[in-house]
Design a protein around this ligand. Structure first.
Ligand code: DGL
Length: 259
């Protein structure tokens, strides 16, 4: 029996990645782990982010005997992958903002990166831009507000579309034709983002590429549908429980890690 895939994020963003993985590996058990006690990650100090993520993930991998870890969070992937790989003997898959495919398709040679304040300022992101989008103008927009709007939507509460339009105004005021959603929360706001944009812009995320990578590491089981379970670090409200159930997560647990 192969252990579950552990998908990790600070909040509900990793569900956008889960959808891609689950549609390709429907018979595989998946454990969705999110660190809502420390959200948003985009504002956390780097060492604090690394320490907390590594302790939480390693502890849960051992507990559930996971076979693969997917760090479905750009803000964490830009920092924690080396230490996680150091401590774990199973494959660890990270997320990379889709800068390379964006640069390949942009006609105006002006692309946008919408991510968290942490991701847009990291060297990791700058290196990606230098390597793959050197001939493009790249506009960086870092927003934790948008992360919190996605969380509000996931709680089935009303969100403010004007606030989204305001965050996206640098894109509307430019000739950007391709926008990288470099935070896994943002594909969950895809429709609202499209509505707020005033000219045609292609949106790109990394969900499908991650699912392809995971599939190269494990085969689907040929038994009945995979079991889904979610764990989080702080109690959640009814709206979020309903959203998790919409994705198939009805088995839920609140977990704590001793420091
Ligand atoms: N979903 C995460 C990402 O991809 C992080 C959101 C946050 O906690 O700031 O960056």
């Amino acid at each position: 029996m192969v252990g579950p895939i552990l998908i990790f994020d600070s909040g509900i963003g990793g569900l956008s990645v889960f959808e891609h993985i689950h549609s390709r590996l429907p018979n595989h058990d998946i454990y969705y782990l999110f660190d809502n006690a420390r959200l948003p990650y985009g504002d956390l100090e780097e060492q604090e982010l690394i320490r907390g993520c590594v302790a939480l993930i390693v502890n849960q991998v051992e507990k559930i005997k996971a076979s693969v870890v997917v760090v479905a969070c750009n803000s964490a992937s830009t920092l924690v992958l080396p230490e996680l790989r150091n401590q774990l003997s199973i494959p660890v898959v990270g997320v990379v903002p889709a800068i390379k495919p964006a640069a390949q398709i942009s006609k105006t040679r002006h692309i946008g990166l919408l991510a968290t304040p942490g991701t847009v300022t990291r060297q990791y992101t700058q290196d990606l831009i230098n390597s793959f989008a050197g001939d493009c103008e790249v506009t960086l927009i870092g927003s934790s507000e948008l992360v919190l709007i996605a969380e509000t939507k996931a709680k089935k509460q009303d969100i403010n579309l004007d606030q989204i339009a305001q965050i996206l105004s640098p894109i509307n005021d430019s000739n950007i034709d391709t926008l990288v959603l470099g935070c896994t929360h943002f594909p969950l706001l895809q429709q609202e983002i499209k509505r707020a944009l005033t000219h045609p812009v292609q949106l790109l995320d990394s969900g499908d590429a991650i699912a392809t990578r995971v599939m190269s590491l494990i085969k689907d089981n040929d038994i009945a549908k995979g079991k889904l379970k979610a764990g989080f670090t702080k109690g959640i409200d009814e709206g979020l429980k309903m959203t998790l159930a919409d994705y198939g997560f009805t088995q839920l647990e609140c977990i704590t890690v001793a420091n």
